[in-house]
Design a protein around this ligand. Structure first.
Ligand code: SF4
Ligand code: SF4
Length: 108
């Protein structure tokens, strides 16, 4: 999940940061430590495992902004500290393509 990526394509997309699942983005112990002071606010435990909190159908760390020149942009507010699963989803990969195919009607 590269939604905040410095790449313009991901900024315009953000699709892989959307889901209605509460257990969508796994947060490992290392991920939790990397999130630091933001971990409690942005992640939570479901059973024995931690996940990013989901709000309004998208990851709580995702922010949406309107840019006069570029339109709507989606960016990760913890990009440098995002969970490993987000780091592993490369733009243009089969996983990215699958996200785009599955969620083209994401909430917004
Ligand atoms: S679905 Fe692909 S293009 Fe869209 S934000 Fe995620 S990695 Fe980037
Ligand atoms: S942590 Fe960032 S990159 Fe990962 S799903 Fe949330 S907003 Fe997207």
């Amino acid at each position: 999940m590269d939604a905040s990526a410095d790449s313009a394509a991901c900024l315009r997309c953000g699709v892989c940061c959307f889901s209605r699942l509460e257990t969508y983005v796994r947060v490992t112990g290392d991920d939790w430590l990397r999130l630091g002071a933001d971990a409690e606010r942005l992640a939570r435990f479901v059973g024995h495992r931690a996940y990013m909190r989901m709000e309004r159908g998208r990851c709580a760390a995702l922010a949406v902004r309107e840019s006069a020149e570029r339109g709507r942009e989606y960016f990760c507010t913890v990009y440098e500290r995002r969970p490993q699963v987000c780091r592993d989803l490369a733009r243009g990969s089969p996983e990215c393509e699958a996200e785009l195919a599955l969620k083209k009607d994401r909430p917004g």
